[in-house]
Write a protein that binds this ligand. Structure first.
Ligand code: MRU
Length: 351
């Protein structure tokens, strides 16, 4: 893979590929402080649940470093008070992907555990933890890939929605990681990618990413999936997730729900690939998942060109929830979960 999604460059810079510009331009932005990282998550320079979590962790490291470099925090208590405010700010960037809160909480726990430590050792500890979150993410995706690949047969055509690939993670991907692993095990797999209005993650990102890896991919308009399923052109659906409740309800990119319903109607398995950090076992069901609503302009314009009357009322929910009854299996780094999810998820978490 010739590109990277994000990385910590040296001691003071987070570099990310600007996903708003792909595939037209391959530009890496250099972010020098936590505010810029928070802005990059909010503005979707970086997107995808695991990639948002890793970005937040790197951003918090920059925040911790600035508290130390500026001399604003001279003792543990002041550091913790100021740093936790930065954590809240980072957390506020986007609401649906639980990986963001998961990464923020993991770093906060580290600070709690290090009570009384010197500022330099706190900063060094936060940096180490952020780099670990990054490294683990790639490792986890490869494990998920290995488990999930077994579900895809040689010759399968697989539909995916949004981008749950290397671009949505530190690398390799969740749903696309499963596809990559199947291809690496010498199975012939073709991908159908939904365009994924309005941000066009499927058209702009999934097709580009798979083409970079020479994995056959065909782009379709979001409203074509039903026809292709009825024609027998799709053998399985695989998507990522932004948050999964303890009963297996899955929040993912808007449009996922309708794909899942169509898949069930057409007897096509609907798989979700997600790391444990995407499972929010505090939540009883998907009804409790906060759904991000983005500004209407995103659906009334395409690349700055108006496609609707300026004053048209518009609703722009960025995610939807697929009820567990439509989910054939959830692929995690610890193995594949099957219904009833309340039981299989509880068992996974030792409950
Ligand atoms: O709005 P986005 O692009 O951040 O939404 C991303 C998705 O919905 C992905 O499918 C999900 O985060 C899984 S990524 C491995």
């Amino acid at each position: 893979m010739a590109f990277f999604t994000l990385r910590l460059a040296g001691d003071d810079t987070v570099e990310m590929i600007d996903q708003r510009k792909l595939p037209e331009e391959i530009i890496y932005v250099k972010l020098k402080n936590y505010g810029e990282v928070q802005g990059a998550i909010k503005d979707m320079i970086v997107r995808g649940a695991p990639a948002i979590g890793v970005s937040a962790a790197f951003g918090l490291y920059l925040g911790a470093k600035s508290l130390s470099d500026s001399g604003e925090a001279k003792d543990y208590k002041t550091f913790k008070d100021k740093f936790f405010k930065i954590c809240d700010f980072m957390f506020s960037a986007r609401p649906t992907a639980v990986n963001l809160g998961w990464a923020v909480d993991r770093i906060k726990r580290l600070v709690e555990k290090s009570a009384g430590s010197s500022i330099p050792s706190l900063v060094a500890g936060i940096k180490k933890e952020a780099v670990l979150i990054y490294d683990e993410d790639i490792e986890i995706n490869k494990k998920m890939g290995a488990y999930g690949a077994a579900l895809l047969k040689d010759g399968f055509t697989v539909l995916t929605h949004c981008n749950a690939g290397a671009l949505a993670t530190a690398g390799y991907g969740t749903a696309l990681g499963v596809i990559r692993a199947a291809v690496e095990s010498h199975k012939k797999i073709s991908v159908i990618s939904d365009e994924t209005r309005p941000f066009l993650q499927g058209a702009r990102l999934t097709t580009w990413e798979l083409m970079e890896d020479h994995i056959p991919v065909t782009l379709i308009a979001d409203n074509s999936a039903g026809l292709l399923m009825r024609k027998g052109m799709i053998n399985a659906v695989i998507v990522g997730a932004d948050r999964i409740a303890s009963n297996g309800d899955v929040a993912n990119k808007i449009g996922t729900y309708q794909v899942a319903v169509l898949a069930k109607e057409n007897n096509i398995p609907f798989y979700v690939a997600a790391p444990l950090s995407t499972l929010d076992i505090k939540l009883k069901s998907g009804d409790e998942i906060p759904i991000e609503e983005r500004e209407a302009g995103e659906i009334k314009e395409v690349f700055g060109k108006k496609i609707a009357p300026v004053n048209a009322r518009a609703l722009n929910f960025a995610f939807d929830v697929t009820p567990n009854k439509y989910v054939s299996a959830i692929i995690t780094e610890k193995g594949v979960l099957y219904p009833p999810y309340k039981k299989s998820i509880a068992e996974l978490f030792g409950k």
